[in-house]
Design a protein around this ligand. Structure first.
Ligand SMILES: NC(=O)c1ccc[n+]([C@@H]2O[C@H](COP(=O)([O-])OP(=O)(O)OC[C@H]3O[C@@H](n4cnc5c(N)ncnc54)[C@H](OP(=O)(O)O)[C@@H]3O)[C@@H](O)[C@H]2O)c1
Length: 268
């Protein structure tokens, strides 16, 4: 008797990059709850397998683990091929990303390059891999996880803010191209969210009040709700939306100066 393919249960699939922690893990949990089979991508195979086992057992969905370092050309190509050949893919969440903090001249050039490879290049390649099938079928959604940091220049986070500004502009561009196609795209722009991000970026957030933070699950819920509502730029949380509106109404040189002053306090 032919063995049942354990990866296909519901026949509707979502692929999440950076699914081993934080916002990506929260997306995986939410999409499993919404009855999507999953493909989970990140470098840490053990963490992905642990999450996959939990979601199979608790949600009864099919979960495939695809470990990959998306800054590496060959490994990125492996994920691209998996997407290109997947007729069941309905949702792509380009979430994997990281940031660095410091004066650009002092930062490691290779790490800055990897940041652009992951936050920008991988996201562009995977979007390109997913779109043709989605457009052909007149259905599907791509969520590109950006950041509020992409909405203004980022003194001491220059590369990170620039990668996220790219994600916003790129996503808005294809959003217009896809009007009437049945395919949705969203740039999700969270503010401070409790994940491993700050620790990995070596950012001291001890002075930030509780009020400034959101949980990864809240960010994901806002994204899914925004997707159904057709928002291209989704800023989760009332406080973040107020902040985004305020910053965008300030002249750019003033915003830049204020952010530079704030960044100097953090770096001291
Ligand atoms: N947390 C925040 O305050 C915040 C705010 C705004 C935007 N964001 C954005 O949210 C997204 C998710 O970050 P997070 O906050 O959830 O941080 P996180 O907990 O550090 O998660 C980052 C994820 O990306 C994966 N990843 C990192 N490098 C990778 C690589 N080279 N190849 C493949 N996967 C890689 C990590 O898994 P492995 O280590 O296993 O590879 C992990 O699953 C990022 O794009 C970030 O820029 C976060």
């Amino acid at each position: 008797m032919a063995r049942k393919n354990q990866d296909i249960v519901t026949g509707r699939r979502a692929l999440v990059t950076g699914a081993s922690s934080g916002i990506g893990e929260a997306f995986a949990k939410r999409l499993a709850q919404d009855r999507y089979d999953l493909v989970l991508v990140a470098r840490n195979k053990e963490r992905l397998e642990e999450l996959a086992a939990k979601l199979r057992a608790e949600r009864g969905v099919g979960v495939k683990v695809l470990p990959a370092d998306l800054t590496k050309t060959v490994q990125l190509r492996k994920v691209e091929r998996a997407i290109e050949s997947d007729e069941h893919l309905e949702i792509l969440v380009n979430n994997a990303g990281f940031g660095t903090m410091g004066h650009f001249a002092d930062l490691d050039a290779a790490v800055e390059e990897d940041q652009i490879r992951l936050n920008v290049l991988a996201l562009v390649r995977l979007t390109r891999a997913a779109l043709p099938h989605m457009v052909e079928r007149h259905r599907g959604a791509i969520i590109n996880v950006s950041s509020m940091a992409g909405m203004q220049p980022g003194p001491t986070t220059a590369t990170y803010s620039a990668t996220k500004a790219y994600v916003n502009a790129f996503t808005e561009g294809i959003f217009e191209e896809l009007q009437g196609s049945g395919v949705q795209v969203q740039a999700l722009c969270p503010g401070f969210t409790r994940t491993e991000f700050q620790q990995r970026a070596d950012i001291d957030t001890s002075a930030l009040p509780d009020l400034a933070w959101m949980e990864a699950e809240e960010v994901v819920d806002a994204s899914i709700a925004g997707l159904n509502g057709g928002d291209v730029l989704c800023v989760p949380g009332l406080l973040n939306r107020l902040l985004a509106t305020t910053v965008s109404s300030i002249p750019r040189p003033v915003a830049r100066r204020l952010l530079g002053t704030a960044a100097r306090q953090v770096l001291r």
